[in-house]
Design a protein around this ligand. Sequence first.
Ligand SMILES: *Cc1c(COP(=O)(O)O)cnc(C)c1O
Length: 221
Amino acid sequence: MSIAQSIAHFQRELAGTAARLVAVSKIHPPERIQEAYDAGQRLFGENRVQELLSKHPALPADIEWHLIGHLQTNKVKQIAGFVHTIQSVDSLRLLQEIDKHAARHQRRIRVLLQFHIAREDTKFGLSLPEAEELLREAGPLEHVQVAGVMGIATNTDDQAQLRREFTALRTYFEHLRQHFFAHDENFREISMGMSGDYRLALAEGSTLIRVGSAIFGSRPA
Ligand SMILES: *Cc1c(COP(=O)(O)O)cnc(C)c1O
């Protein structure tokens, strides 16, 4: 399938649902991103700041750029002027840094809280108590909008395991919405599901699927 055909496929698959596609364009050059854009795709995800910085100027300004990889606080200022959503917030320090730099640009940056849902050991991602503590300590911030949650499931074919992890993330989302965002309709995103498991994620309530290889192939052509 061409990139345009893949985008059309996902447009059909998501029609009539509330979910949207983030096309994960890491390791693929701007020309291939442009192909997806020309097929109507507007949300793109990159996992590295350096790569995002080099691609962003080469592509249309109305792209919604999502940072989906781990972000060091000292790199926030490089992307604060244009990034649309930072999906990988997992510390208060990072949240405050985003707020500070968004203020300098007179912007409000959307962020998602990244949860650790996979069986795999990783130092990234919050637990529910950690997320609650972060939100209590942060208080209201003028230049960030906490818009939901994100999680990366275990790299496995075990459908039952994947379903448990997606269900857990949806449960965290609902808990936070009830206790911190009851009157905030902008808290609405559950970012989960990738090329191998997006159908299951959609069935479990995903609102943002992050799909790379199913659109662009597994390595640059
Ligand atoms: C690479 C990546 C994806 C997309 O993975 P595919 O399996 O290529 O669809 C999704 N989310 C994150 C955080 C990633 O780093």
